[in-house]
Design a protein around this ligand. Structure first.
Ligand code: NAD
Length: 509
């Protein structure tokens, strides 16, 4: 096939996917229970394309009977899954990763159609999902115990790690593949079985991962997916007596509710909201700081828990930073992510996230903030039906503004000056959240001073990627408890058993 034919074919395929997606049709109104895609008893939640408002499918809304059935099969499969050699579990996870890699194009279309992020970003997320599967496949084979000395020489204490049991994974819509993957990878590697409840806005991405689990021939009942509203389906999982761990990612309010509402003792990891600061010191490389700030404030329309919400700049660099940051924000492209795969920003996921962004903008403006970029939806017929907003920058912000103290989850950042590093630390820590913070500085002593004083789980210095798969990631304060990623992310699905043995060595010569 010639190059032109290739291009025409790819374009034609993309147009076809934009109108219709066979895999999504196959997953419509389905759950994954006991290794099969089954039709939901009740499928009445419409799923929208956030860029056009079109209904792209329908999600099932699981009944209590369906939730119980999913937990029952997960319980039934637990012993045999936990009892397999780790090396065998690793084979399944590797195979799952391979299958995801082979189907990035179609998987990315599904995510973009329900979540709104540009196709290339969706594709990158599935690449990361494949890496997660493969990382945890390797970690599965490296679980270690410990031998501990006793007071008497004929006693020995051995610590072994065992899988916790059945896990409920409850996930949000902003990274609908990765956030399922962190839980699925860690739980399966540890020997747990899992029931996943994805966000009602983005069920198809999770179901597509479920379809890949079937293709990977992961044994029936090990991975189950039920969809529907959090208050009913998620809550039923939280309250289920057979669920031994809830792995939750979502808002701090829901996390607190889940923690309060469990009706038996369960392990919990809660990955919650953020309100993340970026500090730019006088020694910073200004272009690098601007590039980092733009990327981390506006990627995925700012709908990231570790998004840069607020930026504190050393006063001598303040106006230069604002000028460059605002210009860079204005240069970003906003588009329907299906039509422009390389757009910097696609559509925001819903009217709720868009309204909150507008609310935080108005709040800041009425309290004296200076609008330096964006501030409105893009104009034109292509944007009329979707949830679009231009990347927005506000200068001269203060902590009586929502933008500086609450999680906006939108493409907007507030900027303020500081005079001393101690002031920057105080401002950065003046929040109920403690997820991530960013520093741009070139002096080692400044980096040391700031990084040790920031009260949060992750600090990125001269980069904007604090979450990498082989290092634990978690929050402090209202940003959560427990961690995901890394070996530690898998050990969260295991509990420790102490085996103390007395040996009688008297008869041995
Ligand atoms: P959300 O809390 O509204 O919903 C998250 C999930 O919880 C959904 O599946 C929802 O259906 C479910 N849910 C809602 N009520 C429930 C209940 N009573 N019982 C059980 N489940 C329930 O959050 P969201 O709007 O989907 O996601 C955005 C939030 O997620 C933001 O605050 C963001 O910061 C946070 N987040 C955190 C991380 C992290 O790693 N810390 C990562 C991504 C997103």
């Amino acid at each position: 096939m010639g190059l032109l034919t290739n291009v025409v074919t790819i374009f034609a395929n993309d147009c076809l996917f934009a109108m219709k997606n066979p895999m999504m049709e196959h997953l419509d109104g389905k759950f994954l229970i006991d290794g099969r895609l089954v039709a939901a008893v009740r499928a009445d939640i419409p799923v929208h394309n956030p860029a056009t408002g079109d209904i792209v499918g329908t999600s099932g809304h699981a009944t209590l009977g369906e939730v119980n059935a999913a937990v029952r099969v997960a319980k039934h499969s637990f012993e045999s899954w936990a009892g397999r050699p780790a090396k065998e579990r690793a084979v399944y996870l590797h195979r799952l990763g391979d299958l995801i890699r082979q189907d990035l194009h179609e998987l990315a279309h599904i995510m973009t159609r329900e979540q709104g992020k540009p196709l290339n970003e969706a594709r990158d997320e599935f690449v990361k999902l494949a890496e997660i599967c493969q990382f945890y496949a390797e970690e599965a084979t490296r679980v270690r115990g410990e031998t501990i000395l006793n007071d008497s020489t004929n006693h020995e204490s051995v610590l072994v790690r065992e899988p916790i049991g059945i896990v409920a994974a409850i996930t949000p819509w902003n990274y609908p593949a990765e956030l399922v993957g962190w839980k699925l990878g860690g739980a399966l590697a540890a020997g747990c079985t899992i029931v996943i409840k994805p966000a009602e806005i983005t069920p198809f991405t999770a179901l597509a991962i479920g379809a890949k689990c079937i293709e990977a021939e992961i044994p029936d009942g090990v991975v189950n997916i039920v969809c529907g509203l959090g208050e009913t389906v998620g809550q039923a999982l939280v309250e289920h007596q057979d669920i031994r761990k809830v792995a939750f990612t979502g808002s701090s309010a829901t996390g607190l509710h889940i923690q309060r509402s469990a009706t038996n003792i369960k392990h919990m990891s809660l990955e919650l909201g953020g309100n993340c600061p970026l500090i730019v010191t006088e020694s910073a490389d200004l272009p690098a700081a601007v590039a980092g700030a733009v990327r981390r404030a506006f990627r995925n329309c700012g709908q990231i828990c570790i998004s840069v919400n607020r930026i504190y700049v050393a006063r001598p660099l303040y106006e230069a930073f604002i000028e460059r940051f605002s210009q860079a924000a204005e240069n970003l492209t906003v588009a329907n992510g299906l039509e422009n795969p390389n757009a910097d920003l696609g559509a925001m996921v819903s009217t709720e996230t868009l309204s909150k962004t507008v609310d935080h903008l108005h709040d800041a403006m009425t309290k004296g903030a200076r609008l330096t970029a964006g501030g409105s939806p893009p104009k034109g017929p292509n944007f009329a039906q979707g949830h679009f907003f231009r990347p927005t920058s506000l200068a001269d912000c203060t902590h009586d503004m929502k933008i500086m103290t609450e999680e906006t989850f939108g493409p907007i950042a507030g900027v303020a000056p500081f005079d001393h590093l101690s002031e920057a630390v105080a401002l950065a820590n003046d929040t109920r959240y403690g997820l991530a913070a960013y520093i741009y500085a070139s002096k080692a002593d400044e980096i040391h001073y700031l990084s040790r004083r920031l009260n949060c789980g992750n600090v990125a210095v001269n980069n904007i990627d604090p979450g990498i798969i082989n290092v634990p990631y978690g929050g402090r304060k209202d940003s959560g408890i427990g961690c995901e990623h890394g070996r530690e992310g898998m050990l969260e699905y295991m509990s420790v058993k102490h085996i103390r043995t007395r040996y009688d060595l008297s008869g041995i010569s």
